[in-house]
Design a protein around this ligand. Sequence first.
Ligand SMILES: *Cc1c(COP(=O)(O)O)cnc(C)c1O
Length: 375
Amino acid sequence: MAAEARAAAPRIRHRAALDAIDPYVPGLAPVGPPDRALKLASNENPFGPSPLAVAAARAAVEGVDRYPEPGAGALRARLADRHGVSPGQILVGAGSDEIFHLLTRAYCEPGRRAVMARPPYGIHRIAAQSTGAEVVLVPLRNHVHDLAAMAAAAAPLATVFVANPHNPTGTTVRPEELRDFVERLPADCLVVIDEAYHEYVEPAHRATAIDLLALHPGLVVTRTFSKIYGLAGLRVGYAIASAEILEPVERIRPPFNVSSPALAAAAAALDDVDHVAATLRGTEISLAALVAACERLGLAHVPSQANFVLVEDRDGWPAALAADGITVRPGANLGMPGWARVSLARPDEMHRVIEIMERAVRQRHDLADRASSGR
Ligand SMILES: *Cc1c(COP(=O)(O)O)cnc(C)c1O
């Protein structure tokens, strides 16, 4: 009876554009005892947050009866100074993910294109799809953005996304190619260069699109406090663009989108150069160890400039890790079936991960050898 009444009631229909969106599948929390459980599924900083940032957040909690500073003025001023732009060229968001949603709400709509890699960074796609824009996915070439093909796909008024380094691959585009690409794109396009992993890139490959702002009026560069600064749980990211590009976005930004503890922590994290340096050193050690292990085991891997590595999913090593309380991200969740994305852990944890991977792969090979020699 009640069920019939429900079936007969008019349905409240959400916007049709949302039907195209596959729900985001987050990295799984590991199961197991806390001293063994390890989540290597979301590219978080395994060295923890900066102690200076934690102290600043704690102090700010005392004042949470008040709304945060509207427009994040103090942090914006710090960031403007750091990047040599004016405060009006900085937009602060609850993570860079909020910024992608705000940018697409301001610049994408049905009839306009959003161009990005296949596979894309998931939130770029969801943000664009939510507006009803036509999402055009341009396949990576050898795991790297095909900038020429992306430029060719950019119709008038398109929004183009490039994550540099890319996620899930960890690859970067060559600095000269990025410059040519930005210069060549039509002036009526929005060009979003997502530099979430910029700080991890080796100096020889490192180039920031912030240096290219003068070359294209629609260039937007995003950064985050979630990765090298270790503040993923506080949600702070920012965009740098011309004040003209950001002005309509500011009209729709919720005025208190970033909490006061988060703003305080982010400003303090900028001061903690030792924390950033220690994170980089540890990440480098873990990256080298994981790459060496892949080479010993004959597991294909994509050369990474970020804090994670995409590794061939073979011989059951991801399941062996999961059995020991360690989660990685299945490539199938990221548009890369046959691969698994491993976030770099602390070097001591990385050794444990590598041991389990080695045992899983060697066991599988021993079994295969025995089977083929008829024993
Ligand atoms: C992790 C990540 C981000 C950061 O997102 P936040 O919302 O700032 O935590 C942005 N872009 C890419 C490609 C990422 O992998």
